[in-house]
Write a protein that binds this ligand. Structure first.
Ligand SMILES: *Cc1c(COP(=O)(O)O)cnc(C)c1O
Length: 245
């Protein structure tokens, strides 16, 4: 397997090239390392190679790693589906949440965010593919949710996130990123002070950057193939079981 430091360097080069191709500065784009299923030792290796932002999908798995790496000032982002009984520990342990898709979850994160911590940075996940298995607020409901989240205490609305449909058609993929960008531009026009478009993964980061991504979330291209499969909407209980096997 490729060393993590080498993989990170390659990804940063890919980001810089994709940015300059469309006249953007590489510094406008943050790299989030999506570390689900990869052990704390791999995250530490990535940290030592200069990576500071990590994203996790499953709370139990994340909390174990956050504890194991508490000697490092890592910025932890939660990027997975959120069950409402998990909001307290998410609000206590993460700097960002990318996957807020309903008022109830936002309201609970706001209530549960400790006063001693800075505001929790929030992106709304939008279902741009329209697949009904996917998490995310429907595009036509995004503005209402954004206005609601923007006025909640202890939360700071930063922008939008999407996980487009897996497709080999570049045009279709691009149209989904473009849809997120359009919603984002509309919200800004309506006066929301947002600055973040979280979109683009290992396979499609170049298209996402062309469409305006400010955070790309990269897993496989940094850590290699995942340690165990993550089907859509896999419950974290199953992940814990898989880890224990
Ligand atoms: C796993 C994951 C990623 C990273 O995907 P790769 O294809 O491995 O780069 C990005 N975003 C979310 C929400 C994920 O769950």
């Amino acid at each position: 397997m490729v060393k993590i430091s080498v993989a990170l360097e390659a990804i940063n080069t890919r980001i810089a090239k994709a940015a300059s191709k469309v006249g953007r500065q590489p510094t406008e784009i943050l790299l989030l390392a999506a570390s689900k299923t990869n052990p704390a030792s791999q995250i530490r290796e990535a940290w030592l190679a200069g990576q500071t932002i990590f994203g996790e999908n499953y709370l139990q798995e994340a909390l174990e790693k956050i504890l194991a790496l508490s000697d490092l000032p890592i910025e932890w982002h939660f990027i997975g589906p959120i069950q409402s009984n998990k909001t307290k520990r998410i609000a206590e342990n993460f700097a960002w949440v990318h996957s807020v898709d309903r008022k109830k979850i936002a309201e609970r994160l706001s209530r549960d965010r400790p006063e001693s911590l800075p505001p929790l940075q929030i992106c709304l996940q939008v279902n741009v593919s329209g697949e009904n298995t996917k998490s995310g607020v429907a595009p036509e409901c995004a503005a209402d949710l954004a206005n609601y989240v923007a006025q909640l205490p202890r939360l700071k609305l930063r922008g939008l996130m999407a996980v487009p449909e897996l497709t080999t058609t570049v045009a279709l993929q691009r149209s989904q990123f473009h849809m997120l960008r359009n919603i984002y531009d509309q919200l800004k026009k309506n006066g929301l002070g947002i600055d973040t478009l979280s979109m683009g993964m290992s396979e499609d980061l170049d298209i996402a950057i062309a469409e305006g991504a400010t955070i790309v979330r990269i897993g496989t291209a940094i850590f290699g193939p995942r340690r165990y499969p993550i089907p859509e909407n896999w419950g974290e209980e199953l992940v814990v079981r898989a880890t224990q096997q």
